[in-house]
Design a protein around this ligand. Structure first.
Ligand code: 5GP
Ligand code: MG
Length: 177
């Protein structure tokens, strides 16, 4: 058990579970983009550890950029996606893969995809380590690479936070209710 602010969390996914999911995502990307170059776009802050691990499993040519959004306050999605840090790079005619730590309602991803499609990339795919499919409110989101489908409970660790804290744990923990 760990404590983050006022909440208790219990272990849910081990380092080994996470490493297997990361490798499976990277295997898919390596196979799909063999001989091509991709631009990874990581959604900060939560995806920073995930993207570092995925990138080290890639054998294809790749570059990385970071963007920042915010939709959560505490343990709840506000449903309102703010872009706090944008993208400098020209996306036209590039293969883009958006990397998310977790897709919950899908609001963040839907908003990001709208923005990215307008920039006319050569292709646009999405990789997420975690998916709460029971919480998903958007149909037809292109979830090309999904690590682990988890129940609709709040998780921390491996880059994921609860009000800023809890990101440093190598395993993923679930809130105890
Ligand atoms: P969505 O817009 O899909 O509802 O939520 C996406 C963002 O909310 C994620 O990128 C993540 O930052 C945050 N989020 C959603 N569920 C969780 C969760 O269980 N734990 C943490 N730490 N963040 C979450
Ligand atoms: Mg996030």
């Amino acid at each position: 058990m760990i404590q983050v602010h006022d909440k208790q969390f219990e272990i849910y996914l081990s380092k080994a579970d996470i490493a297997a999911a990361v490798q499976q995502i990277a295997d898919g990307i390596n196979a799909d983009y063999a001989g091509e170059k991709v631009l990874l776009v990581a959604v900060l802050n939560g995806a920073f550890i995930f993207v570092a691990d995925v990138m080290r499993c890639l054998t294809i040519d790749c570059e990385i950029e970071f963007i920042k959004t915010q939709s959560y306050e505490g343990m709840h999605s506000t449903g309102n996606v703010k872009m706090l840090l944008g993208l400098e790079k020209d996306l036209k005619d590039q293969h883009i893969i958006l990397l998310e730590d977790i897709v919950d309602t899908g609001n963040t991803l839907a908003a990001l995809l709208d923005i990215f499609r307008k920039k006319q990339p050569k292709s646009l795919k999405v990789a997420t380590l975690l998916l709460k499919s029971a919480a998903l409110q958007h149909k037809n989101l292109p979830l090309d690479y999904v690590g682990i489908d988890i129940p609709n409970k709040f998780v921390v660790g491996y880059g994921l936070d609860y009000d800023g804290c809890g990101r440093q744990y190598p395993d993923i923990y679930q809130a105890v209710v």
